[in-house]
Design a protein around this ligand. Structure first.
Ligand SMILES: *Cc1c(COP(=O)(O)O)cnc(C)c1O
Length: 359
């Protein structure tokens, strides 16, 4: 069967050449006589793969030496608990509530201390990201927390705030590696893999080393960043195959020209859609222009029946998973790094055809 263009928000598309490489190496990896899935995580053959994966991420994101890279499990959501458990030494943190996942992270942190929402767009259905310049961050906060891209609402921060001496923690699950991020502005960056990195089941962490060792005494061993760092993410068996798949994805991105090159392509892809949406008489984009996501493009007709008809119409033409998140309705086209330009062009063509038929 022919592959479809999959606009799923996550797990999401993986580049075809990455899948083909994985297929070719599935049964026997290089000259090892076994699948990566069958390797001991302590074996030198696997440790080589692990170290290469780490080195590739370090190179792609220009991660300075003062930062540790961890490959953990539990997805991004486990870090909603791990962040306060590892950083809340005085029991206070500042959160920006810019979307559903940001909200969930703040709610989880409340179980461990005082969470102050310093900016929020919740009352406006998260149609924009609250402005952060001029925000009064609390100097006594153990950390400040933002979500760089809001997957469900299709919004993103285009500038990273300066939180001074307070370490900035970012959930970058849905836009990591899609645009350049200056790692030095952050204390911690984490991202679930299933949007822009590879298969689900892996969470990539970038942590400034001076933030290690601040964990709560009750922090579970497997959520303890310092312990994981001392054990090179292998306190127990890591997601060995997921890490290998991330390696293939990182190599693909490197060979394409890295983050600056994919960013150009991402801007081009997003503009194809937004330009059409801005001129369409049928579809509109609810996210405010100045904070539109490059990764998740949300749009509506204003009529739930027409929305549903469009989703069906597109699926019949090989464009799948365009239904918006169940909490907001409408449509959402997730166009992560691995979505080819042709997929977005085809989507615009299909939207145009649908608009004509429904004029
Ligand atoms: C998908 C997503 C999550 C949840 O990721 P899991 O790996 O399912 O826990 C959290 N934050 C953001 C921004 C996301 O896009």
């Amino acid at each position: 069967m022919e592959r479809v263009y999959n606009f799923s928000a996550g797990p999401a598309m993986i580049a075809q050449s990455v899948l083909e490489k994985a297929r070719d190496e599935l049964v026997c990896y290089a000259d090892k006589g076994m699948s990566v899935m069958e390797m001991s995580h302590r074996s030198s053959m696997y440790v080589d793969i692990f170290n290469q994966t780490k080195a590739l991420l370090k190179q792609l994101m220009n991660v300075p030496d003062e930062y540790e890279i961890l490959f953990l499990q539990g997805g991004a959501t486990l870090q909603f608990s791990a962040v306060p458990l590892n950083l809340m030494t005085s029991g206070k943190a500042d959160y920006v509530d810019s979307g559903n996942f940001a909200h969930l992270a703040a709610e989880e942190a409340r179980r461990y201390g005082e969470v102050r929402i310093v900016a929020s767009s919740r009352e406006d259905n998260y149609t924009y990201v609250p402005a952060l310049d001029g925000i009064r961050w609390n100097a006594d906060a153990d950390y400040a927390y933002i979500t760089t891209n809001n997957t469900i609402y299709g919004t993103r921060y285009t500038a990273i705030p300066d939180t001074g001496a307070v370490p900035l923690v970012a959930d970058a699950s849905s836009n990591i590696l899609s645009e350049e991020l200056d790692v030095t502005k952050f204390g911690v960056i984490f991202a679930g893999a299933q949007k822009n990195i590879g298969p689900a089941g892996l969470c990539v962490m970038i942590i400034r080393r001076d933030l290690l060792g601040r964990q709560n005494a009750l922090c579970p061993k497997l959520m303890n960043w310092e312990l994981e760092s001392k054990n090179d993410s292998m306190l127990n068996t890591p997601n060995t195959y997921g890490i290998y798949m991330a390696k293939l994805g990182f190599e693909w991105l490197r060979d394409l020209g890295g983050v600056p090159a994919i960013y150009q392509q991402n801007v081009y892809k997003a503009n194809l859609l937004y330009d059409y949406l801005d001129n369409s008489a049928l579809f509109t984009a609810p996210a405010r222009r100045e904070c539109r996501s490059l990764m998740n493009v949300t749009f509506v007709t204003g009529d739930p029946e027409k929305d549903a008809a469009f989703v069906k119409y597109a699926a019949a033409r090989g464009l799948v998973n365009l239904k918006g998140h169940r909490s907001v309705g409408g449509m959402r086209a997730s166009i992560y790094n691995a979505m080819p330009v042709e997929g977005v062009k085809k989507l615009v063509d299909v939207m145009k055809a649908f608009e004509k038929e429904n004029a």
